[in-house]
Design a protein around this ligand. Structure first.
Ligand code: PLP
Length: 410
């Protein structure tokens, strides 16, 4: 008899964005003429930049020739992309990585989920709350999270981030083996200062803990004092794995490409105290379970590091950040308490009048025909907040803000 992995059955069978879609569809059935604007889902809307399109055309043409055809590529990614990553994402920040420390992937989601295969099932994990749900769900699937009660997993240590503590996660009193950090943060849109990040690196070094650092939104950082990579902090090479994504950096949500950094200095212990390097383990894992990202996607990613590519990608990020600025200004002028949005494409808003985040979601949908994301979908500390994304077009964003203004003044 084949036995199912019962840990899957512990997962809540409601998926946040599916629930939102259901509620929006129900509204549309009742109001077929309503033009609903989504500021909910974190997908980009602006087209790929010309440098990327050109690189993809060129790569496709190459693949159509006997000399240029490529089959399976290296599991870690092509050198041309890994070299461009080292040269552009790290060297200018004084970070010297080896090419074999870079693992190109098909986007950050897979690796942020899969990375937990490297650690034993009984490690404790700590997450900021609210949080990108993949970190917890992937640990639930392997049985590491324990059981759920009141929206919290018994073996997960939650580090609340809310307006009261300035969205700064506090180092937990209980020992934690693995800490997930995501900055700039999804969903709150907040960032971490160098000093605060240093505290986490020091904690990990002194307590033999690991940090899984998700930098998927680093390209949105506007303030130069904010770290783009955890490796800007001394000692992080010995305790941190970092995830990058081209999805929000360059509109690659449909193309699929990103990368993970697993430094060679990084080790974890066996039960007998032997130190094991994680880089070769991850390499082994990737060779077994991953056959590389498509050549065309990797050429597309390489193109964003060319002078034209850099300029074009920045223009799109600036475009979204203009939305974020307008959203912050408008929502603040209406008296709402809003956070984030200055170094990230997300705005985190406290729900007024003590309503629940789902209640506000419904009120906004029915009152202004605008969709936001209920904060509780990102964890217990998200209750009482909603998330707005700045990924819309200027026109849709302006229209949504006008509607929110009219609705709020009623
Ligand atoms: N990490 C965070 C924090 C995200 O918000 C997302 C996507 O929304 C991802 C990772 C995954 O990005 P992708 O798999 O598209 O690279």
């Amino acid at each position: 008899m084949a036995l199912v992995n019962e840990h899957f059955l512990k997962l809540p069978n409601n998926y946040l964005f599916a629930d939102i879609a259901k509620k929006v569809n129900a509204f549309k059935v009742m109001h077929p003429k309503a033009d609903v604007i989504s500021m909910g889902i974190g997908d980009v809307t602006q087209p790929l930049c010309p440098a990327v399109i050109e690189a993809m055309h060129k790569a496709a043409d190459e693949m159509g020739t006997a000399e240029g055809f490529r089959g399976y590529g290296p599991e870690q990614g092509y050198d041309f992309l890994r070299e461009a990553i080292l040269k552009n994402d790290f060297l200018p920040r004084g970070i010297h990585l080896d090419i074999d420390e870079i693992f190109v992937n098909d986007g950050a989601k897979s690796d942020t989920g899969n990375i937990q295969e490297l650690i034993r099932w009984d490690n404790s994990i700590g997450v900021t709350d609210p949080i990108y749900p993949v970190y917890i769900d992937s640990n639930v699937m392997i049985g590491r999270a324990g059981t759920v009660e009141d929206g919290k997993w018994s073996n997960v240590i939650y580090m609340h981030c809310n307006a009261e503590n300035g969205f700064v996660p506090q180092i937990p009193k209980r020992r934690v083996d693995v800490i997930y950090l995501c900055y700039p943060n999804n969903p709150t849109g907040m960032v971490i200062t160098r000093e605060e990040l240093r505290k986490w690196v020091n904690y990990a070094l002194h307590n033999d803990a690991l940090i899984f650092y998700d930098a998927a939104y680093q390209a949105y950082i506007q303030d130069d004092s904010i770290p783009h990579s955890i490796y800007e902090i001394r000692g992080a090479r010995k305790c941190a794995i970092e995830f990058h994504s081209y999805s929000k950096t360059a509109g690659f949500t449909g193309i699929r490409c990103g990368y993970t950094v697993v430094p060679k200095d990084l080790t974890a212990a066996t039960l007998t105290g032997e130190r094991i390097a994680l880089n070769p383990l991850w390499y082994r894992r990737q060779c077994t379970k991953f056959n590389g990202t498509s050549y065309i996607s990797q050429r597309a990613a390489e193109a964003i590091y060319t002078p034209e590519g850099k300029q074009q990608v920045k223009a799109t990020i600036d475009y979204y950040m203009q939305n974020a600025k307008k959203m912050l200004t408008t929502l603040r002028s209406l008296g709402y308490e809003v956070y984030g949005g200055e170094n990230a494409p997300y705005i985190w808003m406290r729900v007024p009048d003590g309503n629940s985040s789902w209640q506000f979601f419904e009120n906004l949908l029915y009152g202004a025909n605008v969709v936001c994301t209920p904060g509780v979908g990102f964890g217990p500390a998200g209750e009482g907040y909603v998330r707005f994304t700045a990924f819309g077009s200027h026109e849709k964003t302006d229209e949504a803000l006008d509607r929110i203004t009219t609705w709020s003044k009623k």
